[in-house]
Design a protein around this ligand. Structure first.
Ligand SMILES: [Zn+2]
Length: 208
């Protein structure tokens, strides 16, 4: 998307010297929705239309399927128009968002994400959240710390009795060529207190 927009700017004949400021990413505000989710800040709650749809759909499903769990806490998405954002390498285009994980009986962390120990993780609700995200078909990947991934993987196998192949595709083993995959959870450092999701259109990537 960004490459395409820049392409249009250069094609219009502008030189580097008189080029206008980088065009902003067209994004939209995730509006307040009591009972579905709580946003950290309005300033960092701007996402692509797809991101807004995903967060609305998933938080609605969680409210219906896990009524005793707290509404999701949505951390940083992106700024209006995108661009660099303090404390993040990504979150520039509205295609990335941070979401709280559930612990101790459906609780969410308010006023900042806090690390969750594997034995404090609410596996039922957090696995339900991951399933809801992946079911949208537009979440390319979810980042989470490996200790929590391990806990969820064993929960899916032992407690839910899910097919090992399905579980392996959701939580691919380290070293798997994930760039060939779509819709999975993988490890990232500093993700023991929230999920980082990245959304996109699988058809676009397939065609690239
Ligand atoms: Zn993030």
């Amino acid at each position: 998307m960004i490459a395409a927009i820049f392409g249009m700017v250069w094609a219009s004949g502008a030189s580097a010297a008189d080029a206008p400021a980088p065009p902003s990413v067209p994004n939209q505000l995730l509006v307040q929705a009591d009972g579905l989710y709580e946003r950290w800040t309005v300033e960092r709650s701007w996402g692509t239309g797809l991101m807004v749809d995903v967060l609305t759909e998933v938080s609605t499903r969680m409210a219906l399927e896990y009524p005793s769990a707290e509404p999701l806490v949505i951390g940083d998405i992106s700024r209006r128009g995108g661009g660099q954002i303090d404390g993040h390498m990504t979150h520039r285009t509205g295609e990335d968002a941070d979401i709280g994980i559930y612990f101790r009986g459906g609780r969410q962390s308010h006023g900042g994400f806090v690390n969750v120990d594997p034995d404090e993780l609410d596996c039922d609700a957090t696995f339900g959240l991951i399933r809801a995200l992946l079911d949208t078909g537009t979440v390319e990947y979810i980042l989470l710390d490996q200790v929590l991934i391990d806990r969820l993987r064993s929960y899916a196998l032992a407690d839910l009795g899910l097919d090992p192949e399905l579980v392996a595709s959701m939580f691919p083993a380290e070293g798997t060529a994930t760039w060939r995959m779509w819709g999975y959870v993988r490890h990232a450092d500093n993700h023991r207190n929230h999920l980082h999701i990245h959304v996109g259109d699988p058809q676009v990537r397939k065609g690239s």
